[in-house]
Design a protein around this ligand. Structure first.
Ligand code: ATP
Ligand code: LTN
Length: 333
């Protein structure tokens, strides 16, 4: 049997998952599970680079695992695990740190944004975040990494580190390709300010829709979404608010921008926003129901995580021991 190419991605359990995370990342995780050998992690080590309430982090980890499965990731086809359960992630990070330059990390956009946002807690972990992310990917020899557009810079660093290591110590890592959706789905913007990305850590909850928002909340947030002057539903650079809603509508209904423009020809923003809200709420309802059902069966979720941990550890160990051998760590002879 021909071996499929490997794919890795992760989401942080750092709060309520937004429809931006879903459209930019999780939806693709589901779509790619037949084409690739997929490994998906709950990135709790990454999450603590900004302060987390311990009880909330524990709860969010379990919830994210349930959400992955509720969205359609099949634990029989994919490896699903929690990052901190596999120590190799930290171990490889240490080695990769020794071939990473501080300047490469301090100029990362996410580091600059998050340092500004969490000025009271600019820690080394926040700066080292992309090296941990590179370790996640390289441990599994992933060829493809589905992420939203905001992670492109981190993927470039991952590629640089893989190439640098391979050149210094001989071929060890697969150099991964980012898998970023084409079009506007790769970066869903805030409903309150379409010049900024939709983010779960936004202080204004009207900016984002979470995967657990109820129907009324979803419809209210869509109705309130900032749109542009005029009243024509049309995809255009000078209509960032409407274009963003067209992308969201498309992601949940499968309709292209042209189809949506046609559907709402001659109708105003009001009708369109209501339709977006209803489409999102309709799509979220079954996911929410399935997630609630899964959360009642903690035994099952724990078992999935355990199985994932075992498979992930096995693959990761193999790469790590290769790395340790190449850098010259004595491993018994
Ligand atoms: P925060 O917004 O708090 O910084 P985040 O949501 O960006 O966190 P993650 O939970 O790690 O961080 O993101 C998970 C995945 O969702 C990543 O692949 C990321 O690129 C993608 N993603 C995040 N926000 C968006 C967005 N607005 N549009 C599309 N994809 C997104
Ligand atoms: N930093 C990512 C989450 C993440 C990730 C990864 C994504 C952690 N490790 C490895 C892809 C591959 C984010 O989306 N904010």
């Amino acid at each position: 049997m021909e071996e499929k190419r490997k794919l890795f991605s992760a989401v942080q359990p750092s709060g309520a998952v937004t429809i931006g995370n879903y459209i930019g990342a999780i939806k693709n995780f589901v779509a790619l599970q037949d084409e690739f050998d997929c490994i998906y992690a709950v990135a709790d080590l990454h999450a603590i680079t900004v302060r987390q309430e311990p009880a909330a982090l524990r709860k969010n980890t379990l919830e994210l695992m349930a959400l992955f499965i509720a969205c359609g990731i099949d634990p029989e086809k994919c490896v699903l695990f929690v990052q901190s359960h596999v120590p190799a992630h930290c171990e490889l990070t240490w080695v990769l740190n020794t071939i990473t330059y501080p300047g490469e990390l301090s100029r990362m956009t996410q580091f600059k944004d998050k340092s500004a946002k969490h000025a009271e807690n600019v820690n080394m972990g926040l700066m080292d975040y992309p090296v941990l992310m590179a370790s996640d990917i390289l441990l599994y020899q992933a060829a493809a990494v589905p992420v939203g557009a905001d992670q492109k810079q981190h993927l470039e660093l991952t590629r640089d580190l893989a190439i640098r290591f391979n050149n210094r110590y001989s071929d060890t890592f697969t150099v991964p390709e980012p898998y970023i959706m084409k079009g506007s789905g790769a970066k869903i913007m805030s409903l309150a300010d379409p010049s900024r990305k939709m983010s779960k850590s936004d202080d204004n909850p009207n900016g984002f829709i979470t995967m657990s928002d109820d129907r009324d909340t979803v419809i209210r947030k869509c109705k309130r979404a900032v749109t542009d002057s005029g009243n024509e539903v049309r995809l255009s650079e000078d209509k960032p608010g409407v274009s963003n809603l067209i992308a969201i509508y498309g992601a949940f209904t499968g309709k292209s921008a042209q189809e949506t423009e046609k559907q709402f020809e001659g109708k105003g923003y009001g009708d369109f926003k209501l339709a977006v809200g209803e489409a999102v709420a309709d799509a979220l309802a079954p996911i929410q129901a399935e997630k609630a059902r899964l959360l009642k069966d903690k035994g099952y979720l724990n078992e999935v995580m355990k199985r994932g941990e075992e498979t992930a550890s096995r693959i990761a160990r193999k790469t790590l021991s290769k790395v340790y051998r190449k850098v010259g760590f004595y491993q018994g002879e």
